[in-house]
Design a protein around this ligand. Sequence first.
Ligand SMILES: Nc1ncnc2c1ncn2[C@@H]1O[C@H](COP(=O)(O)OP(=O)(O)OP(=O)(O)O)[C@@H](O)[C@H]1O
Ligand SMILES: [Mg+2]
Length: 309
Amino acid sequence: MIEFDGIRKRFGGHAVIDGLSLRVDDGEFFVLVGPSGSGKSTLLRMVNRLVLPDEGTIRVDGEDVASVPVERLRRGIGYAIQSVGLFPHRTVAENIATVPRLLGWSKEAIRDRVDELLALLRLDEPGMASRYPRTLSGGQQQRVGVARALAARPRIVLMDEPFGALDPLTRESLQASLKAIQRETKTTILFVTHDMDEAFGLGDRVALMLDGRLVQTGTPSELIREPVNDRVRDFVGGARARLRELALHRVRERMHRGGVADGEAVDADATLQDALGAMLMQGRERLPVSEGGHAVGTIDLADMVERRR
Ligand SMILES: Nc1ncnc2c1ncn2[C@@H]1O[C@H](COP(=O)(O)OP(=O)(O)OP(=O)(O)O)[C@@H](O)[C@H]1O
Ligand SMILES: [Mg+2]
């Protein structure tokens, strides 16, 4: 169990965590979601005392983290961070084995666990175990970071955007593995992301954090069905609902007939979602529209939003 009780933190006169209380229950997969700069990493880092609160108490299994020797505290908590933080002069296997070694596991037990985690995290290229972090891709490094966090089977794991650098397919597959491991081992996971899909896919409960405060905490379906205010509604459903809506409309409904624009044309029968994709690919806010191979008009980025009449 992780409890945050009346936490405040200021950086340079600015309140980053603004009177926050939260309880993460045993065996729960808890996801903190919120936009960049909302204070998610700061809050997470307080659990293993990488950041100290100005006010308030954090308890892990009932013990105030401020009164636990920091080595013991960190050894008992798995931690995978946003910027990976692998030891550059240790191999992949040595990185993963860090905590089991500190805990005095036998060589065999460590080797078995490393093999198991390499397979689980799909780090199964030949020779992977003996490579050094700098020879790995960003996504592979991230996965080694996750393996290291899980290695000693800690009861509590903190994860800060651990899948941020992965392509969507690898990401989905690792999300599924993590969720399965968590269910099976009943690990308590506090997971940070700014991706709402990831939050809803993984979390038993999700807390939306805005400007250092928890605006709403609940199950994914509670946040979707009963958002407490418009900011929650926007963050939860707004972005995706709007994108979905773009797929339902054709360029011809919003185009301007007769205009001219530079760039590769989109077809009048393409969806607005296709048109938006083409704009992003080409780095242009306006594109020509063609019909049967002939230029017939233009469409603007601003036309993606329905014109209010
Ligand atoms: N050591 C520090 N000194 C000064 N300001 C800091 C420090 N650490 C964090 N901040 C500021 O606190 C705010 C919250 O940062 P934090 O890293 O917790 O955000 P976040 O929600 O994790 O964002 P992201 O999604 O971008 O990772 C930011 O404005 C950040 O610049
Ligand atoms: Mg962060």
